[in-house]
Design a protein around this ligand. Sequence first.
Ligand code: P6P
Length: 349
Amino acid sequence: MAFQTLEQFITVQQSRFPKAKGELSRLLQAISLAAKIVHREVNKAGLADILGKYGPFNVQGEEQQKLDVFADREFMDALKKGGDCCYLASEEHEQGIDLMKSTGYAGGKYMVYFDPLDGSSNIDANVPVGTIFSVYRRVSHEQSLLHESDFLQTGRQQVASGYVIYGSSTMLVYTTGQGVNGFTLDPSIGEFCLSHPNLFIPVWGTTYSVNESNYQDFAPEIKRFLQYFKNNDESDQRPFSSRYIGSLVADFHRNLIQGGIFIYPATRRYTEGKLRLMYEANPLAFIVEQAGGLAVSGREPILDILPQDLHQRTPLIIGSRDMVSLFEQFVADQALNPLDAATSFLSES
Ligand code: P6P
Protein backbone atom coordinates (compact mmCIF):
# COMPACT_ATOMS: atom_id res chain seq x y z
CA MET A 1 0.00 0.00 0.00
CA ALA A 2 1.87 3.12 -1.27
CA PHE A 3 -0.16 5.67 0.71
CA GLN A 4 -0.88 6.44 4.35
CA THR A 5 -4.50 6.55 5.46
CA LEU A 6 -5.79 9.24 7.84
CA GLU A 7 -6.25 6.60 10.52
CA GLN A 8 -2.62 5.46 10.20
CA PHE A 9 -1.43 9.08 10.16
CA ILE A 10 -3.38 9.92 13.33
CA THR A 11 -1.98 6.85 15.06
CA VAL A 12 1.60 7.85 14.17
CA GLN A 13 0.94 11.43 15.29
CA GLN A 14 -0.51 10.21 18.60
CA SER A 15 2.53 7.96 19.22
CA ARG A 16 4.66 11.13 19.37
CA PHE A 17 2.76 12.16 22.49
CA PRO A 18 3.21 9.30 25.02
CA LYS A 19 0.76 10.93 27.43
CA ALA A 20 -1.99 11.08 24.80
CA LYS A 21 -4.88 8.78 25.67
CA GLY A 22 -6.32 8.79 22.17
CA GLU A 23 -9.31 11.07 22.83
CA LEU A 24 -8.32 13.64 20.20
CA SER A 25 -7.54 10.80 17.79
CA ARG A 26 -11.01 9.37 18.30
CA LEU A 27 -12.53 12.82 17.82
CA LEU A 28 -10.72 13.23 14.49
CA GLN A 29 -11.88 9.77 13.43
CA ALA A 30 -15.47 10.79 14.26
CA ILE A 31 -15.09 13.86 12.05
CA SER A 32 -13.66 11.69 9.26
CA LEU A 33 -16.64 9.32 9.48
CA ALA A 34 -19.19 12.14 9.28
CA ALA A 35 -17.26 13.66 6.37
CA LYS A 36 -17.52 10.40 4.40
CA ILE A 37 -21.26 10.24 4.99
CA VAL A 38 -21.75 13.87 3.95
CA HIS A 39 -19.51 13.28 0.93
CA ARG A 40 -21.88 10.53 -0.21
CA GLU A 41 -24.95 12.74 0.06
CA VAL A 42 -23.35 15.85 -1.45
CA ASN A 43 -22.11 13.85 -4.41
CA LYS A 44 -25.53 12.55 -5.27
CA ALA A 45 -27.31 15.85 -4.57
CA GLY A 46 -27.95 16.43 -8.27
CA LEU A 47 -29.30 12.88 -8.63
CA ALA A 48 -31.46 13.32 -5.56
CA ASP A 49 -33.06 16.31 -7.31
CA ILE A 50 -33.77 14.20 -10.40
CA LEU A 51 -34.91 11.22 -8.38
CA GLY A 52 -36.76 13.05 -5.70
CA LYS A 53 -37.89 16.29 -7.29
CA TYR A 54 -41.61 15.46 -7.28
CA GLY A 55 -42.03 15.80 -3.58
CA PRO A 56 -40.48 16.22 -0.18
CA PHE A 57 -39.59 12.51 -0.02
CA ASN A 58 -36.77 10.80 -1.92
CA VAL A 59 -37.09 7.47 -3.69
CA GLN A 60 -36.32 5.61 -0.45
CA GLY A 61 -39.34 7.34 1.05
CA GLU A 62 -37.04 9.30 3.39
CA GLU A 63 -37.89 12.88 4.05
CA GLN A 64 -35.76 15.01 1.75
CA GLN A 65 -33.33 16.71 4.11
CA LYS A 66 -31.77 20.01 3.28
CA LEU A 67 -28.13 19.01 2.95
CA ASP A 68 -26.87 21.43 5.59
CA VAL A 69 -29.44 20.05 8.05
CA PHE A 70 -28.34 16.55 7.09
CA ALA A 71 -24.65 17.43 7.50
CA ASP A 72 -25.33 19.04 10.88
CA ARG A 73 -27.07 15.91 12.12
CA GLU A 74 -24.28 13.62 10.91
CA PHE A 75 -21.50 15.64 12.57
CA MET A 76 -23.52 16.02 15.76
CA ASP A 77 -24.20 12.26 15.91
CA ALA A 78 -20.61 11.28 15.14
CA LEU A 79 -19.17 13.68 17.73
CA LYS A 80 -21.69 12.64 20.42
CA LYS A 81 -20.86 8.96 19.81
CA GLY A 82 -17.16 9.81 19.49
CA GLY A 83 -17.50 10.26 23.23
CA ASP A 84 -14.77 12.78 23.88
CA CYS A 85 -16.77 16.01 23.67
CA CYS A 86 -18.41 18.04 26.42
CA TYR A 87 -19.77 20.80 24.17
CA LEU A 88 -20.89 21.02 20.54
CA ALA A 89 -21.81 24.23 18.70
CA SER A 90 -23.00 24.43 15.10
CA GLU A 91 -23.84 27.19 12.67
CA GLU A 92 -27.23 25.49 12.42
CA HIS A 93 -28.15 25.95 16.10
CA GLU A 94 -28.71 29.18 18.02
CA GLN A 95 -27.27 27.67 21.20
CA GLY A 96 -24.38 25.30 21.76
CA ILE A 97 -25.10 21.92 23.36
CA ASP A 98 -23.62 21.14 26.80
CA LEU A 99 -23.45 17.36 26.51
CA MET A 100 -23.14 16.85 30.24
CA LYS A 101 -26.42 18.72 30.87
CA SER A 102 -28.24 17.14 27.94
CA THR A 103 -27.07 13.54 28.42
CA GLY A 104 -26.19 13.46 32.11
CA TYR A 105 -22.92 11.69 31.48
CA ALA A 106 -19.54 13.22 32.21
CA GLY A 107 -18.52 14.12 28.71
CA GLY A 108 -14.99 14.35 27.41
CA LYS A 109 -12.70 17.34 27.53
CA TYR A 110 -13.19 18.70 24.01
CA MET A 111 -15.39 21.51 22.76
CA VAL A 112 -16.14 21.48 19.02
CA TYR A 113 -17.48 24.39 16.97
CA PHE A 114 -18.40 23.62 13.38
CA ASP A 115 -20.08 24.86 10.24
CA PRO A 116 -21.54 21.61 8.87
CA LEU A 117 -21.94 22.71 5.27
CA ASP A 118 -20.62 26.15 4.47
CA GLY A 119 -21.67 27.55 1.13
CA SER A 120 -24.56 25.06 0.88
CA SER A 121 -26.56 27.51 -1.23
CA ASN A 122 -24.04 26.73 -3.99
CA ILE A 123 -24.85 23.02 -4.13
CA ASP A 124 -27.52 23.38 -6.82
CA ALA A 125 -24.88 24.99 -9.03
CA ASN A 126 -22.46 22.11 -8.33
CA VAL A 127 -20.00 24.53 -6.71
CA PRO A 128 -17.65 23.05 -4.08
CA VAL A 129 -18.90 23.38 -0.47
CA GLY A 130 -17.24 22.57 2.82
CA THR A 131 -17.37 21.63 6.49
CA ILE A 132 -15.22 23.68 8.88
CA PHE A 133 -14.40 22.60 12.45
CA SER A 134 -12.56 24.01 15.46
CA VAL A 135 -11.56 22.07 18.61
CA TYR A 136 -10.73 23.42 22.09
CA ARG A 137 -9.88 21.65 25.33
CA ARG A 138 -12.11 22.79 28.21
CA VAL A 139 -10.14 24.79 30.81
CA SER A 140 -12.49 24.19 33.77
CA HIS A 141 -12.44 20.97 35.83
CA GLU A 142 -13.71 18.00 33.82
CA GLN A 143 -16.26 16.77 36.32
CA SER A 144 -17.87 20.20 36.78
CA LEU A 145 -20.32 21.92 34.50
CA LEU A 146 -18.79 24.11 31.84
CA HIS A 147 -17.61 27.48 33.07
CA GLU A 148 -17.55 30.93 31.43
CA SER A 149 -13.76 30.59 31.09
CA ASP A 150 -14.30 27.65 28.72
CA PHE A 151 -16.03 30.00 26.27
CA LEU A 152 -13.56 32.86 26.48
CA GLN A 153 -10.72 31.04 24.79
CA THR A 154 -9.19 32.86 21.82
CA GLY A 155 -8.44 31.07 18.57
CA ARG A 156 -4.82 30.66 19.72
CA GLN A 157 -6.08 28.10 22.22
CA GLN A 158 -7.49 25.75 19.60
CA VAL A 159 -6.04 22.23 19.89
CA ALA A 160 -7.12 21.30 16.36
CA SER A 161 -8.96 22.75 13.38
CA GLY A 162 -9.70 21.74 9.84
CA TYR A 163 -12.05 21.65 6.92
CA VAL A 164 -13.49 19.20 4.46
CA ILE A 165 -13.91 20.40 0.87
CA TYR A 166 -16.51 18.51 -1.17
CA GLY A 167 -15.24 19.42 -4.64
CA SER A 168 -13.87 17.61 -7.69
CA SER A 169 -12.46 15.37 -4.98
CA THR A 170 -13.25 15.36 -1.29
CA MET A 171 -10.36 16.42 0.91
CA LEU A 172 -9.85 16.73 4.65
CA VAL A 173 -7.22 19.32 5.64
CA TYR A 174 -6.40 19.78 9.33
CA THR A 175 -3.84 20.78 11.91
CA THR A 176 -3.24 19.90 15.56
CA GLY A 177 -0.52 22.54 15.83
CA GLN A 178 2.11 20.27 14.27
CA GLY A 179 1.78 21.60 10.72
CA VAL A 180 -0.97 21.15 8.13
CA ASN A 181 -1.73 17.94 6.23
CA GLY A 182 -4.25 17.20 3.48
CA PHE A 183 -6.01 13.88 2.85
CA THR A 184 -7.95 12.96 -0.28
CA LEU A 185 -10.88 10.55 -0.03
CA ASP A 186 -10.53 7.43 -2.14
CA PRO A 187 -14.19 6.36 -2.41
CA SER A 188 -13.18 2.95 -3.76
CA ILE A 189 -11.72 2.04 -0.36
CA GLY A 190 -13.61 4.58 1.79
CA GLU A 191 -10.40 6.02 3.21
CA PHE A 192 -8.88 9.50 3.39
CA CYS A 193 -5.32 9.10 2.07
CA LEU A 194 -2.41 11.46 2.77
CA SER A 195 -2.06 13.42 -0.48
CA HIS A 196 -0.72 16.81 0.69
CA PRO A 197 1.82 16.29 3.51
CA ASN A 198 3.24 19.38 5.29
CA LEU A 199 1.22 21.98 3.41
CA PHE A 200 2.71 25.49 3.25
CA ILE A 201 0.98 28.44 1.61
CA PRO A 202 3.23 30.36 -0.86
CA VAL A 203 4.34 33.61 0.81
CA TRP A 204 3.10 35.60 -2.20
CA GLY A 205 0.48 34.93 -4.84
CA THR A 206 -1.12 36.59 -7.83
CA THR A 207 -4.75 35.91 -6.92
CA TYR A 208 -7.13 37.94 -4.79
CA SER A 209 -10.61 36.86 -3.73
CA VAL A 210 -13.22 39.50 -2.88
CA ASN A 211 -16.89 40.14 -3.66
CA GLU A 212 -16.44 43.26 -5.78
CA SER A 213 -20.16 44.06 -5.57
CA ASN A 214 -19.44 45.42 -2.07
CA TYR A 215 -16.73 47.77 -3.39
CA GLN A 216 -18.66 50.97 -2.61
CA ASP A 217 -18.90 49.91 1.06
CA PHE A 218 -15.17 49.29 1.51
CA ALA A 219 -12.95 51.55 3.62
CA PRO A 220 -10.61 53.77 1.54
CA GLU A 221 -7.50 51.76 2.39
CA ILE A 222 -9.20 48.58 1.17
CA LYS A 223 -10.16 50.26 -2.09
CA ARG A 224 -6.55 51.38 -2.49
CA PHE A 225 -5.29 47.90 -1.65
CA LEU A 226 -7.52 46.36 -4.33
CA GLN A 227 -6.51 49.06 -6.80
CA TYR A 228 -2.88 48.14 -6.21
CA PHE A 229 -3.64 44.58 -7.40
CA LYS A 230 -5.38 45.96 -10.49
CA ASN A 231 -2.65 48.38 -11.54
CA ASN A 232 -0.46 47.47 -14.47
CA ASP A 233 3.07 46.65 -13.36
CA GLU A 234 4.87 43.84 -15.12
CA SER A 235 7.67 43.92 -12.54
CA ASP A 236 5.51 41.84 -10.22
CA GLN A 237 2.94 40.42 -12.66
CA ARG A 238 0.21 42.95 -11.87
CA PRO A 239 -2.72 43.13 -12.54
CA PHE A 240 -3.37 40.03 -10.47
CA SER A 241 -6.18 37.56 -11.10
CA SER A 242 -9.51 37.99 -9.33
CA ARG A 243 -10.92 34.60 -8.30
CA TYR A 244 -14.08 34.49 -6.15
CA ILE A 245 -16.13 31.31 -5.89
CA GLY A 246 -18.45 32.50 -3.14
CA SER A 247 -17.77 29.37 -1.11
CA LEU A 248 -15.27 30.14 1.67
CA VAL A 249 -13.68 26.71 1.88
CA ALA A 250 -13.17 26.57 -1.91
CA ASP A 251 -11.65 30.07 -2.08
CA PHE A 252 -9.48 29.40 0.96
CA HIS A 253 -8.29 26.01 -0.27
CA ARG A 254 -7.29 27.36 -3.70
CA ASN A 255 -5.28 30.15 -2.05
CA LEU A 256 -3.68 27.69 0.40
CA ILE A 257 -2.44 25.55 -2.48
CA GLN A 258 -1.56 28.25 -5.04
CA GLY A 259 -0.99 31.37 -2.92
CA GLY A 260 -3.37 34.32 -2.75
CA ILE A 261 -5.46 36.43 -0.42
CA PHE A 262 -9.15 36.28 0.55
CA ILE A 263 -10.79 39.49 1.71
CA TYR A 264 -14.21 39.86 3.32
CA PRO A 265 -14.15 43.23 5.10
CA ALA A 266 -16.93 45.09 6.87
CA THR A 267 -19.72 46.16 4.50
CA ARG A 268 -22.89 48.22 4.86
CA ARG A 269 -24.89 45.00 5.29
CA TYR A 270 -22.33 43.20 7.47
CA THR A 271 -20.85 45.96 9.61
CA GLU A 272 -18.67 43.41 11.49
CA GLY A 273 -17.89 41.40 8.34
CA LYS A 274 -19.97 38.39 7.25
CA LEU A 275 -17.88 35.42 8.29
CA ARG A 276 -18.24 33.80 11.69
CA LEU A 277 -15.34 33.91 14.16
CA MET A 278 -15.76 30.62 16.04
CA TYR A 279 -16.38 28.17 13.20
CA GLU A 280 -15.10 29.89 10.06
CA ALA A 281 -12.40 32.52 10.72
CA ASN A 282 -10.65 30.94 13.73
CA PRO A 283 -10.25 27.40 12.34
CA LEU A 284 -8.99 28.67 8.98
CA ALA A 285 -6.70 31.18 10.72
CA PHE A 286 -5.14 28.36 12.79
CA ILE A 287 -4.54 26.38 9.61
CA VAL A 288 -3.13 29.29 7.62
CA GLU A 289 -0.72 30.32 10.40
CA GLN A 290 0.44 26.71 10.74
CA ALA A 291 1.01 26.78 6.97
CA GLY A 292 3.09 29.99 7.17
CA GLY A 293 0.34 32.43 6.22
CA LEU A 294 -1.54 35.14 8.12
CA ALA A 295 -5.15 35.95 9.04
CA VAL A 296 -6.25 39.35 10.37
CA SER A 297 -9.45 41.29 10.92
CA GLY A 298 -7.92 44.65 9.97
CA ARG A 299 -7.63 45.48 13.66
CA GLU A 300 -5.78 42.42 15.02
CA PRO A 301 -4.80 38.84 14.22
CA ILE A 302 -7.95 36.68 14.01
CA LEU A 303 -6.52 34.26 16.59
CA ASP A 304 -6.23 37.04 19.20
CA ILE A 305 -9.90 38.06 19.11
CA LEU A 306 -11.59 37.47 22.48
CA PRO A 307 -14.94 35.76 21.72
CA GLN A 308 -18.13 37.45 23.01
CA ASP A 309 -20.85 35.51 21.24
CA LEU A 310 -21.12 32.06 19.67
CA HIS A 311 -22.19 33.41 16.29
CA GLN A 312 -20.24 36.66 16.22
CA ARG A 313 -18.92 37.81 12.85
CA THR A 314 -15.55 39.31 11.96
CA PRO A 315 -13.88 40.89 8.95
CA LEU A 316 -11.50 38.29 7.48
CA ILE A 317 -8.33 38.95 5.47
CA ILE A 318 -6.49 35.63 5.14
CA GLY A 319 -3.86 34.01 2.93
CA SER A 320 -0.25 34.41 1.82
CA ARG A 321 1.98 35.95 4.45
CA ASP A 322 3.38 38.83 2.39
CA MET A 323 0.02 39.70 0.82
CA VAL A 324 -1.67 39.96 4.22
CA SER A 325 1.33 41.90 5.55
CA LEU A 326 0.99 44.30 2.62
CA PHE A 327 -2.70 44.70 3.48
CA GLU A 328 -1.74 45.62 7.03
CA GLN A 329 0.76 48.14 5.62
CA PHE A 330 -2.05 49.79 3.68
CA VAL A 331 -4.20 49.88 6.80
CA ALA A 332 -1.30 51.32 8.82
CA ASP A 333 -0.27 53.85 6.18
CA GLN A 334 -3.76 54.95 5.34
CA ALA A 335 -2.40 58.24 4.07
CA LEU A 336 0.01 56.61 1.62
CA ASN A 337 -1.00 55.99 -1.95
CA PRO A 338 -0.94 52.36 -3.17
CA LEU A 339 2.50 52.52 -4.70
CA ASP A 340 4.16 54.18 -1.67
CA ALA A 341 2.62 51.67 0.73
CA ALA A 342 3.66 48.73 -1.40
CA THR A 343 7.12 50.14 -2.03
CA SER A 344 7.73 50.79 1.66
CA PHE A 345 6.54 47.25 2.50
CA LEU A 346 8.41 45.51 -0.30
CA SER A 347 11.61 47.47 0.45
CA GLU A 348 11.46 46.20 4.06
CA SER A 349 10.95 42.55 3.15
P1 P6P B 1 -21.09 36.79 -0.40
C1 P6P B 1 -21.36 31.36 1.85
O1 P6P B 1 -22.68 31.86 2.00
C2 P6P B 1 -20.45 32.19 2.74
O2 P6P B 1 -20.81 32.05 4.07
C3 P6P B 1 -19.01 31.78 2.52
O3 P6P B 1 -18.87 30.44 2.20
C4 P6P B 1 -18.59 32.69 1.38
O4 P6P B 1 -17.20 32.99 1.39
C5 P6P B 1 -19.40 33.96 1.64
O5 P6P B 1 -20.55 33.55 2.38
C6 P6P B 1 -19.86 34.61 0.35
O6 P6P B 1 -20.56 35.77 0.74
O7 P6P B 1 -21.66 37.95 0.38
O8 P6P B 1 -19.89 37.20 -1.22
O9 P6P B 1 -22.10 36.02 -1.20
